[in-house]
Design a protein around this ligand. Structure first.
Ligand code: SME
Length: 161
């Protein structure tokens, strides 16, 4: 049984459509990835009340280094090949974790995190260059519709306009 009442999928999908439209408008101003990540994390965090931490980790010299984010202070560099963010990079696909306590090797940057979604961020050539990570302080806060929405947002970071 989920610990939270999730937004209905239709509401969530509609909200992601609006977020994507607003980001596309903002992204016409610059292709700078960090400016885009900063705007995405701010917009998502303020439009999604169930997000406790919202942000990016970037692959830099073989490490996942924290990028733009909103929420409590987070780990600067993630221990290699451990945790949910690394799982998304290593599997090259989104990872949905309904209960982080049941995920072997989960990295607790903040002990209040209970569930999590991480989606890979790819550059224009399709190479994974980082991840978009959202955490909730409730168990089972995220559905498959959430993963779909976050993938759309991640795809915009390196989109042409
Ligand atoms: N939980 C993540 C680490 C990042 S933060 O929670 C912000 C992980 O296991 O990779």
């Amino acid at each position: 049984v989920p610990q939270v009442t999730r937004l209905p999928d239709a509401t969530l999908i509609h909200r992601y459509d609006r977020i994507a439209a607003q980001l596309s408008e903002l992204y016409a101003k610059t292709r700078d990835p960090q400016a885009r990540m900063a705007s995405a994390s701010a917009l998502l965090h303020h439009k999604m009340p169930h997000f406790f931490w919202t942000g990016f980790y970037r692959l830099e010299g073989g490490d996942l280094v924290v990028g733009p984010y909103q929420g409590p202070i987070a780990c600067m560099v993630l221990e290699r090949r451990k945790g949910v963010c690394w799982a998304a990079v290593d599997r090259a696909e989104p990872v949905l974790v309904p209960d982080v306590h049941a995920f072997p090797g989960h990295i607790a940057c903040d002990s209040r995190s209970r569930s999590e979604v991480v989606v890979p961020v790819r550059d224009a050539t399709g190479t994974i260059v980082g991840v978009l990570d959202v955490d909730s302080d409730k168990r089972e806060a995220f559905s498959a519709a959430e993963v779909e929405g976050l993938m759309k947002v991640a795809a915009l970071i390196y989109a042409e306009s």
